[in-house]
Design a protein around this ligand. Structure first.
Ligand code: FAD
Length: 511
């Protein structure tokens, strides 16, 4: 009997994929927990646990439905270490005459699968993951022959193509974008719903990780694992988001606080990136919530959320497939500094960074503006090497996968692509952080002070960054104004700023 071996990767846990419409003895699925995947950077322990636990559940669910599944656990004696070596062994030993896989979202794995297919005797084919709205090449088509690669143009093109929040060719409310109403500071009196979390027991997998010697960072309560592990969980998280958080999502999308770690954010990225949910069903659900009760869910909240998924998420994936593999090496500012060591411990006197890093170590999660305007902002101002920054983000966040991590980190956050993703570097001094958060109250540093003892490091570093990269930034129309302010300062004032920044950079591990 002819038999097909089909690979399911750890981020391909989509029970609605058409592969599973038919149950057949002639098809065997394989899922592999591989050291090649746990070890390519040091990951947060919750990220490894979450992916393996979700893979195990998925394989069990497939078996219950009647599918044939081989599952190779990390600790199995026969485990050959990498996905490729495990597959080669199976394909050599087993009676398979076909090998099939779903297209990987990661360049490295895509290359590996192509090289594997060239080596094996069996016929092979690749399938779409049936997850994203767009194909890998869609974005390149949108920007072909254009100078600018703005997310907003891509987003509008996709809204039109998909008819999302549209009335024919026009946005349904006459306005494309409500970004301007998505920047409110959190009022003191607002009550923040308690984060909706799960309580899974994954301690058996933790033991396996420990006995296999897998290195990791971060904390975990392995008997109360908080992340969704299957589609049922993911749908419950989506329900919670739409019912409890969406009505205020847009308003406080950019707000930061010591009081809570996820605010009105959905925390759907892990489930989404593992493909337990599809972007389409989330977007449809949110559009429907607005259409059915626009007083409860204002258009600015719904559009603000849809823009993240239909816009940013699809856009980042398009940029990845357009610009890889060169993208992963870009370093526009030639930044070389090591990341301060407190990125791994949270032990810094800067209250905002302490909050963001400690919650990342605790939950493997920080919301977007913490990633962009705290950890990312500081790393860019300080001139940290984008390779280091990439590795940190790829390791620490539960939702971090190359295609969406490096485009956000190297592109949006570090401007290492010189302006493909962003039109200017996302940097700020302390005034933005003070405006958008309550972190500065009680901080060791003074957000108002630009120099001298206890001056907030973001202030002198902000000017130092612009000063040292003047040649590359001055002609940017969105930054020119800033240089005019700098030029109006006296040479003495400028020197004091620069000296203060140099001092902080020389003691960066102790800030
Ligand atoms: P919400 O705020 O509830 O947003 C809803 C969804 O929109 C998210 O789940 C996500 O799927 C999507 N989304 C929002 N912003 C973006 C964006 N910029 N790019 C792509 N999708 C977006 N996201 C990842 O999924 N994986 C990463 O590794 C990752 N690394 C990042 C690194 C940096 C430096 C920055 C600035 C952002 C990064 N992001 C990444 C984007 C964003 O921060 C996360 O998607 C978001 O914080 C996930 O939390 P959430 O599900 O609560 O998001």
């Amino acid at each position: 009997m002819s038999k097909t071996l089909r690979l399911i990767l750890g981020d391909q846990l989509n029970p609605q994929h058409s592969w599973f419409n038919e149950i057949s003895d002639k098809v065997e699925y394989v899922m592999i927990e591989a050291r090649s995947e746990t070890d390519y950077v040091v990951h947060h322990v919750q990220k490894i646990l979450g992916i393996f636990a979700a893979m195990r559940r998925f394989s069990n669910q497939l078996r219950v439905q009647g599918h044939r599944v081989s599952y190779i656990r990390l600790g199995d004696k026969s485990n050959r270490g990498s996905i490729k070596d495990n597959l080669l062994a199976m394909l050599e030993e087993g009676a398979y005459d076909r090998f099939e896989y779903q297209l990987s979202d990661e360049w490295r794995v895509d290359e590996m699968l192509q090289s594997l297919c060239a080596e094996i005797r069996q016929e092979s084919s690749a399938y779409d993951t049936e997850h994203f709205y767009t194909e890998r090449s869609f974005l390149a088509g949108v920007f072909s022959g254009k100078k600018q690669t703005l997310m907003e143009s891509f987003y509008r093109a996709l809204r039109k193509a998909e008819g999302v929040l549209m009335d024919g060719e026009s946005p349904v409310t006459g306005q494309w974008n409500y970004d301007a109403s998505n920047r409110k500071k959190l009022p003191k009196e607002i009550s923040i719903p308690r984060p909706f979390v799960f309580h899974h027991d994954v301690s058996d997998i933790l033991q396996e990780l420990e006995s296999s010697g897998v290195k990791s960072i971060g904390k975990v309560k392995a008997k109360e694992f908080i992340w969704p592990l299957d589609r049922k969980d993911a749908l419950a998280l989506l329900d919670h988001f739409v019912n409890e958080l969406l009505p205020l999502f847009g308003d406080y999308q950019d707000a930061m606080t010591d009081r809570d770690w996820s605010l009105f954010h959905s925390r759907l990225s892990f489930a989404l990136n593992l493909k337990m949910l599809s972007p389409r069903e989330i977007v449809d659900r949110v559009e429907e919530a607005w259409r059915s009760d626009p007083d409860r869910v204002h258009i600015s909240q719904a559009e603000g959320f849809i823009r993240q998924i239909l816009g940013w998420r699809e856009y980042m994936r398009g940029i990845y497939w357009w610009k890889m593999p060169e993208y992963a090496k870009l370093n526009y500012f030639d930044h070389q500094r090591e990341l301060p060591r407190w990125y791994w411990t949270g032990e810094t006197k800067m209250s905002c960074l302490r909050t963001a890093i400690n919650q990342s170590l605790e939950h493997a999660y920080a919301h977007h503006i913490q990633r962009l305007m705290l950890t990312g902002n500081f790393a860019l101002l300080a001139g940290c090497d984008p390779d280091e920054v990439d590795h940190w983000y790829l390791g620490i966040y539960i939702d971090a996968f190359d295609w969406v991590e490096i485009t956000n980190t190297r592109g949006m956050s570090q401007f290492a692509d010189g302006g493909i993703v962003g039109t200017k570097p996302y940097v700020s001094s302390a005034s933005y952080i003070h405006k958008m958060s309550d972190h500065c109250t009680g901080c060791h540093y003074d957000h108002k002070k630009k120099t001298g003892e206890n001056a907030c490091p973001f202030n002198p570093l902000y000017w130092h960054f612009h000063h040292r990269h003047r040649e590359k930034l001055e002609s940017n129309p969105r930054i020119g104004m800033m240089y005019r302010t700098w030029d109006k300062m006296s040479p003495d004032t400028k020197n004091v700023y620069l000296e203060q920044a140099e001092k902080y950079l020389s003691e960066i591990d102790y800030l």
